[in-house]
Design a protein around this ligand. Structure first.
Ligand SMILES: [Zn+2]
Length: 211
């Protein structure tokens, strides 16, 4: 479960980035499994045949992994910072972070990569934490534009750096395997804050790392 509320009290953090999910009550697992049985029937198959009998259980377990981000708090991931950085104030970028998400319109996979950069303001965060923040937001139902903004905003709110830059490039399976059927297309989204927004040179330096 999220430790969001206790952390809030202790450290006086800003409001959760996604407050709407905090109050949502999960239905029991049996209801989720029944719903998957219904979907198997809707797809045109017999949910009671041998090969499918365990499928609702497996899908429910897969959901726990695909959507584990609802139980994780990105702010607390970024809380531990390092201040002994000898005045380091250049760009820090984690490149090409692979992520898997699901679109909130079709629940179809979104498979992509993220570039996350910031220019610190006296403290830095462990680099693995940047990848974990991407993961927390990816493991929810998403639209890519919102996910891009959420990653940038939480880094801005918690680290208070001189600037944050986030670029996401992803293939949306709702578009490549159905609908307009355009395999190989990627949606590119970006959010630039602080010095990345104000300075074209800084922004360009970051964007030159995106391939
Ligand atoms: Zn979609």
């Amino acid at each position: 479960m999220s430790n969001r509320s206790s952390t809030d009290k202790k450290k006086g953090l800003p409001a959760p980035t996604n407050p709407t999910t905090a109050s949502i009550k999960r239905p029991p697992r049996s209801e989720a499994e029944d719903a998957i049985k219904t979907l198997i029937g809707w797809a045109g198959d017999d949910a009671s045949r041998d090969g499918l009998i365990e499928t609702p259980k497996r899908v429910a377990t897969a959901f726990e992994q695909w959507f584990r981000g609802y139980d994780q708090d990105p702010e607390s991931i970024l809380q531990k910072t390092f201040e002994e950085i000898e005045g380091y104030d250049e760009m820090i970028t984690l490149q090409g972070i692979r992520f898997e998400s699901h679109c909130e319109h079709h629940m179809a996979p979104i498979i992509g990569r993220a570039w996350v950069g910031y220019i610190p303001n006296g403290r830095v965060v462990g680099i693995s934490k940047l990848a974990r923040v991407v993961d927390v937001f990816a493991k929810r139902l998403q639209i890519q534009e919102k996910m891009t903004a959420q990653i940038a905003n939480v880094i801005e709110e918690v680290l208070r750096p001189q600037g944050v830059a986030v670029v996401l490039k992803a293939e949306h399976h709702c578009m490549t395997t159905r609908g307009v059927m355009k395999p190989g297309t990627e949606l590119v989204t970006s959010r630039m804050l602080g010095c990345f927004r104000d300075s074209a040179i800084t922004r360009q330096e970051f964007l030159s790392m995106v391939d």
